[in-house]
Design a protein around this ligand. Structure first.
Ligand SMILES: Nc1ncnc2c1ncn2[C@@H]1O[C@H](COP(=O)(O)OP(=O)(O)OP(=O)(O)O)[C@@H](O)[C@H]1O
Length: 357
């Protein structure tokens, strides 16, 4: 009869390529069951969005065949447990991810919304905060113009806001609390109070990832969020033009300042190229090529991917149905890949923290 030790010995030859340790040392193998005809076990990954899921499963099967028995049936349940939050603030929210840009209008909100939906599509529990006080886009992008979240009193007399759930993700936008036709003259302390409420006074429940769509540039919202909450990392969105890139450099610089110190999870290049419908094999890099890649290299951060300039992305944002909701849209694949890389990078950052602490 095959023993559990034999199975674990075999699986100790399988490394998580990102975390650079074997699955047994990483405590990722659970619930090993052995019958005369079958071996089954769980592989507990650090994120449901792990892009290496298939690779790791394949390596486990090879290891069992090589070290235990090449003829036995192997049933592997690939599952995940997202690592918990840092500190005891917002204990039910495992990771807060900021989506930022140096310049306005580069597609930061589009990336934030579709990243949230892509992580949800991969099985994660997701919240999205639209903290863009100058131009909140979530109400339009999710078809929620005029929506107002419900508020209720808790037993200890506090008011709790209920995020609005749409397409499976929990949403709160500063735009749900302001009149779109009335400009709001935001001043420092007001910004700080309003933004903190979106985090602290909402009934978020359990979340694997809370995505935060920041305003462009570096300002009061950034300081409030970065210094007030345990942030896991930031994703920076840019277009390939030099003006956008140089603004992005300043934005990234802020996250890396000693007093803020937020890991840069990577750079997304939006509106990277244009492909005319009549010439589907031609990509025109109308705003320049590889600017986002060079930006990522400069900060020694991952390049998360490029998203083409596509009319359907703009249309879908305006129509309240983000491209991630359109199964046939090619941009959906780009967002799914970016989501996998973001989750992967987050796991790598968390493994670094564990080694240091
Ligand atoms: N890849 C793309 N292809 C076509 N249109 C896009 C693309 N990305 C974003 N857009 C469109 O560009 C406009 C600006 O995008 P978005 O609101 O996401 O940018 P932003 O950086 O968040 O802007 P703001 O500075 O106002 O916060 C929107 O109309 C959006 O639909």
């Amino acid at each position: 009869m095959i023993t559990k030790e034999q199975v674990l010995h075999a699986l100790s030859h399988v490394d998580d390529p990102d975390l650079k340790k074997d699955l047994v040392t990483l405590n990722m193998i659970k619930n090993v069951e052995i019958t005369p005809s079958k071996i089954r076990f769980d592989v507990v990954l650090t994120t449901p969005a792990c892009p290496l899921k298939g690779h790791i499963e394949h390596a486990c099967r090879n290891a069992i065949a090589l070290f235990v028995d090449k003829n036995i049936a192997v049933d592997i349940n690939m599952t995940s447990h997202v690592a918990g939050p840092k500190g005891d603030q917002l204990p039910n929210i495992k990771n807060i991810i900021l989506v930022a840009s140096g310049k306005g209008g580069v597609g930061k909100s589009t990336v934030a919304a579709n990243l949230a939906l892509a992580l949800h599509a991969k099985g994660a529990k997701i919240g999205l905060i639209d903290a863009d006080i100058y131009g909140p886009s979530v109400p339009i992008m999710f078809g929620l113009e005029g929506a107002r979240p419900k508020a209720s009193k808790t037993s200890d007399g506090k008011t709790k806001i209920e995020p609005i759930t749409k397409y499976g993700i929990k949403l709160l936008s500063i735009g749900f609390f302001t009149d779109p036709n009335q400009p709001v003259p935001w001043r420092g302390p007001m910004v700080s109070t309003a933004v903190k409420q979106l985090f602290n006074d909402a009934e978020w429940g359990e979340l694997d990832y809370l995505i935060v769509d920041l305003p462009p540039g570096t300002g009061d919202v950034h300081i409030t969020v970065a210094q007030g909450f345990p942030i896991s990392g930031a994703v920076v969105v840019t277009t390939p033009q030099n003006v956008a890139l140089s603004d992005a450099v300043r934005g990234i610089g802020m996250f890396l300042m000693d007093s803020i110190n937020i890991p840069l999870l990577g750079v997304v290049e939006n509106m990277a190229y244009f492909t005319p419908a009549e010439l589907p094999d031609h990509n025109y890099y109308i705003f320049g090529k590889d600017g986002g890649k060079r930006l990522a290299e400069r900060f020694n951060a991952p390049f998360l991917g490029e998203i083409p300039l596509v009319k359907s992305i703009s249309d879908s944002g305006d129509n309240g149905l983000p491209v991630m909701m359109d199964e046939d849209n090619p941009a959906r694949t780009a967002f799914l890949e970016i989501a996998g890389k973001v989750a992967q990078q987050l796991s790598i950052e968390q493994a670094k923290v564990k080694v240091v602490s």
